[in-house]
Design a protein around this ligand. Structure first.
Ligand SMILES: Cc1cc2nc3c(=O)[nH]c(=O)nc-3n(C[C@H](O)[C@H](O)[C@H](O)COP(=O)(O)OP(=O)(O)OC[C@H]3O[C@@H](n4cnc5c(N)ncnc54)[C@H](O)[C@@H]3O)c2cc1C
Length: 397
């Protein structure tokens, strides 16, 4: 039996993953992306085993391994003394998650290029320079339109990111609230530093009202650095706003020299600031033959490194659900039902981590004690999640 045709808005990590998952199950997929080229902004993305499980399932184990760094562990350190609080295992031991899937660090652009290549190999049309301004549904089809596009299909997926136009068309606008945190982002070429210092280990320093994360990308060619601090005001939720590196250096000048030296090495022309906003879970993602996926429906603060992983999990669940259901509407409703609880929980846990990272005084001391005992036990239940088992369980009930 011929499968439904599908229109996907957005060729980011979520849009391309769902396109590949649907294609493998026989759906006829087209993707519409507003930009002519992959955005050059953004740097490191963490892919935990719950996400690499999906990417391996869609045949990307080898291409992914060729662009990724596998950190193995992350070291947590004290902000001022630089002393190690604990080392948490990131890549699971063999057999931990039934068969084990790697924990990777990748450059966002490399990951999108890898997904785009896979879409090209599968002859999935990805139309670039095609902004979609409007979408709609009726009982028999869904449609999208933009300045040079008017298309209809059995169903549509809005994978158009944090400022989703599809979300606005379906459900109106929502107003996120500023989290009080701003992230500075930058990369350092390892050609410019003593490579023994920033080893392949990922690092996190936590301190009063601030924290710093560092990990290698591009198989160790660059170090991705994210520094988060509290601030009272911010207007714009954008990835592309330039940051003044001298202000970043000043903000962390009393931190351990491993941190200050790292920050001084950031390329000042590639230093960005990104205001972090809280988004309450949406009450609804789907309307008949249209649904949302990834940041379009559950933007997540970065403190659990699960934003991209959630978009990837969404893609696998959506494809499985529409494939196992008798109609597109039923499949999309089931997808939403399966995903809402998990993604809302991850949004909440990520927000909580933001507070824990920035504790002060005795609370910070207690956190360090707990981290050195509990360590990875807090992360592993999230990373162990198997989307395929979860969908199968739902359809057996
Ligand atoms: C520029 C940028 C840089 C980022 N950098 C990092 C980073 O350094 N670290 C990190 O952890 N996460 C980063 N992220 C976030 C991370 O990529 C996402 O949280 C995650 O991958 C979710 O992906 P998504 O596919 O839901 O959304 P996105 O990755 O935002 O993809 C959405 C896609 O939809 C397209 N689109 C939007 N509106 C329309 C429209 N009207 N018509 C057609 N296409 C449209 C966008 O151009 C984009 O390609 C970044 C996101 C962006 C956009």
């Amino acid at each position: 039996m011929a499968r439904d045709d599908v229109l996907i808005v957005g060729a980011g990590i979520g849009g391309l993953t769902v396109a590949l998952c649907l294609h493998r199950l026989g759906f006829d997929v087209k993707v519409y992306e507003q930009t002519e080229q992959t955005a050059s902004h953004g740097a490191g993305i963490q892919l935990s085993p719950n996400a690499t499980r999906v990417l391996h399932e869609i045949g990307l184990a080898d291409p992914l391994a060729s662009i990724a760094s596998e950190p193995g562990v992350i070291e947590l350190r004290h902000w001022r003394t630089g002393e190690r609080v604990t080392t948490a295992q990131l890549s699971p031991a063999k057999d931990t998650y039934r068969s084990s899937f790697p924990y990777y660090h990748v450059h966002r652009r490399d990951l999108i290029a890898c997904l785009t290549q896979a879409a090209n190999n599968a002859s999935i049309p990805v139309y670039r320079g095609k902004r979609i301004d409007d979408v709609g549904v009726n009982g028999t089809y869904a449609w999208i339109s933009g300045p040079t596009t008017r298309e209809r299909a059995s169903f549509i997926v809005g994978a158009d990111g944090i400022h989703s136009r599809v979300r606005r068309c379906l459900f109106g606008s929502n107003t996120p609230s500023f989290s009080g945190h701003v992230a500075w982002r930058g990369v350092i070429s390892t050609a410019t530093i003593d490579t023994k210092a920033p080893s392949t280990k990922a690092g996190l320093w936590w301190g009063p009202k601030k924290h710093v994360v560092r990990y290698p990308v591009r198989r160790g060619q660059y170090i991705n650095v994210v520094c988060v601090e509290r601030t009272s005001q911010w207007n714009n939720e954008s990835w592309n706003e330039r940051g003044d590196q001298t202000k970043l250096i000043a903000a962390f000048n009393d931190w351990h020299q491993d941190v200050t030296q790292l920050i001084e090495k950031i390329d000042p022309d590639a230093c960005y600031r990104w205001g972090l906003f809280n988004h309450a879970p949406l009450k609804q993602w789907s309307q008949g033959r249209a649904t949302l996926l990834g940041d379009a429906c559950h933007p997540t603060l970065p403190y659990l490194a699960q934003g991209a992983a959630m978009a990837i999990e969404d893609g696998a669940v959506l494809a499985q659900c529409v494939s196992k259901s008798s109609s597109a509407e039923d499949g999309l409703a089931t997808y939403e039902k399966i995903r809402r609880k998990r993604t809302a929980r991850i949004q909440k846990l990520s927000r909580r981590n933001g507070h824990i990272f920035h504790l002060i005084g005795p609370a910070a001391w207690a956190r360090d004690m707990l981290a050195s005992r509990a360590g990875e036990r807090l992360l592993h239940p999230i990373h162990q999640y198997d989307v395929f088992t979860s969908v199968n369980k739902h359809f057996k009930e």
